[in-house]
Design a protein around this ligand. Structure first.
Ligand code: G6P
Length: 364
């Protein structure tokens, strides 16, 4: 096992550091250096651009789906609904045959997600599986499969698989948005260019992200609870940051849409209930900033993932490099993963095998 960990203490940290390669592998053949457009021959068996999309998934894969919804709606103008598979399968959903179901699953063996696929297919819907494990049940039960190419993920807490799911969803949004003419040409060009540089940018950023996570983990490892906030594309990341922290450190955490904080969580804010905000340079930054002013007014401590030069005065500022539009996600995600990892490791938890959790949940 030591050899398999490639010199790292845990599989989780090894897998976090593999993410530049994971992005590269997921792009490979789909966005080569010679290609200006995304190529996804895997979709050839599906009937063109879908009219509507239902995403069905669990856990981290569900968070990836929520993130994908923002981009698919914004770029391709396709209405998207994202569902927790265990809810979808029992709520007798109204399914239109023009709807494409995207089932997202790292393992391809999650029982609830598989049940969602069966339900959709029994009503005549086409299913696109987004999964990592070749030949898995999700791959076999779907009409088409887009493999996310993350390689084997051993750590129970999913890290690099989510990175690959986001890459695949981004490619789908580019592909359909460009195909149906709804995606602005300049945005398409800039994102394609940014994607090509993304693996190098992430590779060169990861060591500094880890150092900062290490430092912050020592400051916050004794808290009982954490609030994660984000807006827009970064709301699903807030959910994922909170999930990672609770999964491996057993510290309670909840992720919230920052604008929703005033409808409940603000009552909890005090010096012992810190907030982890995802506040990069985007059109919603001023809104997140004003949410954080509210936290500070109640003596809440704040860690803020943000960008150099942004006007944000918080005690624990975490500056990450800028990236083109939604690509900032690919720098924020490892920061959240590394923070959870460093806290759990500092607390001496079993990082790769957290109590009560399984890598793949094949029963209800
Ligand atoms: C389990 C794992 C999670 C994973 C979820 C969905 O709960 O511990 O890391 O996100 O299942 O798994 P899937 O393989 O369907 O993505």
């Amino acid at each position: 096992q030591a050899a398999q960990k490639g010199g790292h203490k845990h599989f989780m940290i090894k897998e976090i550091f593999e993410q530049p390669k994971v992005i590269q592998d997921c792009l490979c053949g789909r966005l080569g250096t010679d290609l200006d457009e995304v190529r996804l021959p895997e979709l050839d068996d599906l009937p063109g651009t879908p009219k509507r999309i239902h995403v069905v998934a669990c856990g981290t894969s569900y968070h990836a789906g929520l993130w994908g919804m923002y981009l698919l709606e914004q770029w391709a103008r396709i209405p998207v609904q994202v569902e927790i598979a265990s809810e979808f399968r029992y709520r007798n959903p109204i399914l239109d045959p023009d709807t494409l179901v995207i089932a997202i699953s790292q393992s391809g063996e999650t029982a609830d997600t598989l049940a969602g696929i069966k339900l959709a297919r029994s009503q005549g819907l086409k299913v696109l599986g987004l999964c990592n494990v070749v030949g898995s049940s999700v791959a076999r039960e779907s009409d088409a499969v887009l493999y996310t190419q993350a390689g084997p993920e051993i750590s129970v807490a999913s890290t690099k698989a989510m990175c690959s799911q986001l890459t695949a969803l981004l490619l789908l949004a580019l592909y359909w948005g460009h195909g149906n003419g709804n995606l602005d040409e300049k945005i398409h060009r800039d994102v394609v260019h940014g994607l090509r540089n993304l693996p190098d940018l992430l590779e060169s950023t990861l060591p500094a992200l880890r150092d900062k996570a290490h430092e912050l983990a020592r400051t916050f490892s004794d808290v009982n609870s954490f609030l994660y906030l984000g807006r827009g594309l970064h709301y699903p990341l807030a959910l994922e940051g909170a999930l990672k922290l609770k999964e491996i450190s057993y510290i309670h955490a909840e992720g919230y849409a920052a604008g929703e904080m005033k409808h409940g969580p603000i009552a909890l804010i005090d010096p012992k209930f810190p907030t982890f905000a995802i506040a990069p340079d985007d059109e919603l930054f001023p809104k997140v900033k004003s949410n954080l002013v509210e936290v500070q007014a109640r003596s809440g401590q704040i860690v803020a993932l943000t960008n150099v030069g942004l006007d944000l005065d918080v005690p624990h500022r975490w500056d990450v490099p800028r990236a083109t539009g939604p690509l900032s996600t690919f720098l924020a995600l490892p920061a959240l993963q590394l923070f959870a990892y460093e806290v759990a490791d500092y607390l001496g938890k079993d990082v790769d095998q957290p109590r009560n959790l399984a890598k793949s949940v094949t029963v209800e």
